[in-house]
Design a protein around this ligand. Structure first.
Ligand code: FAD
Length: 404
């Protein structure tokens, strides 16, 4: 029999909005808590940076957004929309018509989605969730939130909680620096800086890199992992080489963080693995009453958020059954075992990469949708090669023929 639940969604970024839409569609009663005064999360550009860039001061000003001013999407329009609410055709937008637009265009899309889906009406703005804990009766969640204007915390009970707080805020700290890494942003930024700097040096912990000048570049060098950094700016690399740096930029990525969640061992974070989570979404012990949207990466993100949201909404309304708790735990353990056998590090647990099609099509089948079109995955894979290629100066965004 169909069931309607009272559900709290934490965050009104893309994950929270699409989760909100799917929950409303399933007839659930929804409140979306958003600490900012607008929707969009990551896509709201904020020029400020954390007040303590090393992140040691617990009272530092934390800036949610992590976009840089020059950012353009690294996925083109066809990979940035939802199944039934695609990213607008360039001919139909008054704004940025590029295939890989800047953040304002993405934000415009997200705001329109929030409005058209009706989710905007259930967002509680300036409401930061500060605590989520199982209530006394053990069959409901106590959600506590706070506004900047009022010091007093408010409480409300919910049957289910969907966590959509994003994972690009809490940056990973290293004792030593200069890992300009190998992530998409590191590649973007190094290419951009090389146009204005005399020399750019990339340090990577990856063991299969060849140290030396990068082919096709006159001022970019690649190095092994940083060994130590000295007060005078001297950077020693593990291969014994060193140089004096004027500036050191951390492109070390981010880590998952759920400061509001009181969960004992039901779900915890170990070396950036959030677990145990069945299919990266449900902690088996409290499924389906707690769920997470948006943890996996290296995939077609918006579509994945949509599928995860549909799955959660339909499980909550009893349309779809989850396997028994033991089977979910076995599935999680099998994933961990498989990772160990293939040498995939724990901190990459939520990196889908080659498994993205299998994962997304599993979700699609669960919610009764056709598989994602193969061309989208091909487009994604081809793009990734260009993003991580040092031979590409970012020009792929302008050269890309989306229609092809
Ligand atoms: P967020 O956008 O981070 O939203 C989380 C929301 O939760 C925020 O509004 C925040 O204020 C709110 N919140 C957090 N904690 C609380 C709390 N305690 N109480 C209440 N509210 C809270 N994806 C793509 O598809 N294409 C791209 O080109 C692309 N480029 C990217 C470039 C960069 C530099 C980064 C960092 C990410 C990029 N991404 C890209 C991935 C991006 O993370 C996703 O597109 C998407 O924005 C994730 O949405 P989200 O809702 O999960 O998280």
């Amino acid at each position: 029999m169909s069931r309607a639940c009272k559900v709290a969604v934490i965050g009104a970024g893309v994950s929270g909005l699409v989760a909100g839409r799917e929950l409303l569609r399933e007839g659930h009663q929804v409140v979306v808590f958003e600490k900012a005064d607008r929707v969009g999360g990551t896509w709201v550009y904020d020029p400020r940076t954390d007040s303590d860039p090393v992140g040691l001061d617990p009272f530092r000003r934390v800036v949610h957004g992590s976009l840089y001013a020059s950012l353009r999407t690294n996925l083109p329009r066809p990979l940035m929309g939802f199944r039934d609410y695609p990213f607008p055709d360039p001919s139909k937008t008054p704004g940025d018509r590029r295939a890989f637009p800047g953040p304002e265009e993405v934000l415009r899309f997200i705001e329109a989605f929030a409005r058209d889906s009706g989710v905007l009406e259930v967002v509680r703005f300036r409401a930061e969730v500060v605590r989520v804990a199982m209530g006394r009766r053990n069959d409901e969640w106590m959600v506590e939130w706070q506004t900047e204007a009022e010091a007093e915390k408010k409480k409300e009970e919910f049957e289910a909680v969907v966590v959509c707080n994003g994972h690009h805020t809490e940056f990973r700290r290293l004792q030593i620096v200069v890992i300009i890494g190998m992530g998409a942003s590191a590649c973007d930024i190094s290419k951009e800086i090389s146009k204005v700097a005399k020399e750019v040096h990339l340090a990577s912990r990856s063991t299969d890199i060849e140290a030396g000048k990068l082919d096709g570049h006159i001022n970019i060098w690649q190095h092994s992992m940083v060994d130590s950094v000295h007060e005078d700016g001297k950077v020693d690399f593990v291969d014994g080489s060193s140089l004096i740096a004027d500036a050191i930029i951390y492109c070390t990525g981010y880590k998952y963080n759920f400061p509001f969640l009181e969960m004992d061992d039901t779900v915890n974070i170990d070396d950036n693995r959030v677990g145990p989570l069945y299919k990266h979404v449900f902690p088996p012990r409290v499924a389906p009453w707690l769920s997470f949207v948006g943890l996996p990466y290296k995939t077609i993100i918006f579509r994945m958020l949509e599928l995860q949201s549909k799955w959660i909404a339909q499980v909550l309304s009893n349309k779809i059954a989850l396997p028994p708790e033991e089977d979910m735990i076995t599935s999680v353990n099998n994933l961990y075992l498989q990772m160990e056998e293939t040498g995939k590090p724990k901190h990459h647990t939520h990196s889908l990469g080659a498994d993205k099609a299998e994962y997304m099509n599993y979700l699609a089948a669960e919610v009764g949708e056709p598989p994602i079109e193969e061309w989208r995955f091909q487009m994604y894979d081809t793009l990734l090669e260009r993003i991580y290629s040092h031979h590409d100066d970012g020009g792929y965004r302008d050269e890309w023929d989306v229609d092809h």
